[in-house]
Design a protein around this ligand. Sequence first.
Ligand SMILES: [Zn+2]
Length: 427
Amino acid sequence: MPDKDRTTGFLRPQLETMAPEARQSYLDGRVAEIITHAYTHAPAFAAKMRSVGAEPGDVTSVASLSRLPVTEKADLVKLQRTNLPFGGLTGEPLESMSRIYVSPGPIYEPGEKVYSDDRWAQAFYAAGFRKGDIGQVTFNFNMVPFAFWLDAALNMVGAISIPMGVGNTELQVQTMKNLKVQGYLGTPSFLAAIADKAEAMGLDLQKDLNLQVAFVAAEMLPESLRASLQNRLGMVIRQSYGTADVGCLSYECHHMGGMHFAQNCIVEIVDPETGKPMGEGEPGEVVATIFDRAYPLIRFGTGDLSAFTTEKCACGRTSPKLTRIMGRVDQVTKVKGMFVHPGNVKQVADKFPEVMAYQLVVTREGHRDVMTLVCELKEQGADAGELTGRMQAAMKDILRISGEVDFQQPGTLSKDCKIIDDRRKWD
Ligand SMILES: [Zn+2]
């Protein structure tokens, strides 16, 4: 029997159970406030507003946000190129930051001095994390903000963080066993790898481990995988959705059926072409506005496709839900929880003049992503073994993920093939 009630209650009861009309007027106020702040302090945002003839007085509600253009990730890269480090989008001076994160792109991200955003903590509470729990954070602590955010958010629910980072599967299992860890935070596929390792070490997953709740993110969670992990480990698995730029946007509660919008941010589903809001149930791009004064991203386009529902949830939370993530607007994809851009694949291939044609193929073996760079060479008979090693090193270096290299006969790849061919199926 679980020793705590992990299925009811809220981290921020007043906000989470607010009547929809009251939430609307609360959020309208927050929009007006952040727009004025960003317009005054972030010159690139002010320029963006002026480019559509808008001033702060014109955008004082959630509904009027759609007057503003959507800022895509590619825009961040462009803005940063001409104005380092943050492209004129920060709302506070550099001295007020505690960190600079380096995300793929590369995109530099400011880390505010005191991390007070509790959206991930809302997600943890909804998943079932409680005061006194020990949570093992297995996301990467190098360069990117996500694991740092989760570490801080665990503390916000009164839980204790073990900053394990990725890999070291055997050590992960030992730590879970010795410290009677209740919480897992990481990708679903790594949780499966940990379960396999624990069994290989002769452990009984339920008797020798004390896992109660998992917070998984950064990867698709097929329901078949969720069911198998829940059964094997005797734990509850809940997922959330967010990005490294805008943080947590939505999360599952005990009743599931989608992911509730997080409190204190605005999630829109928009037409990717026009940026205009879509109606309930209609698929579109997830666009987010956050109230972070240090980094006020306004109408940030995540590139992910989803839809929303306002159906009432038995948990008592009143915010709408994202139904599910349906894929990407562009060709960017996620492998092993990391974004892979076609441009970065090209960067790898361009290092090798021997390569005539290439395509990155993403597949799934069991519950593990596999990435293979399929190449055709200009001249046959080159030292393929040596070239494989150098190409794998370049993939690891540029894409930050290990991959395979597969040399094919000329003519195997079609002339106009996509740079990334994602062949994974999700249920
Ligand atoms: Zn709910």
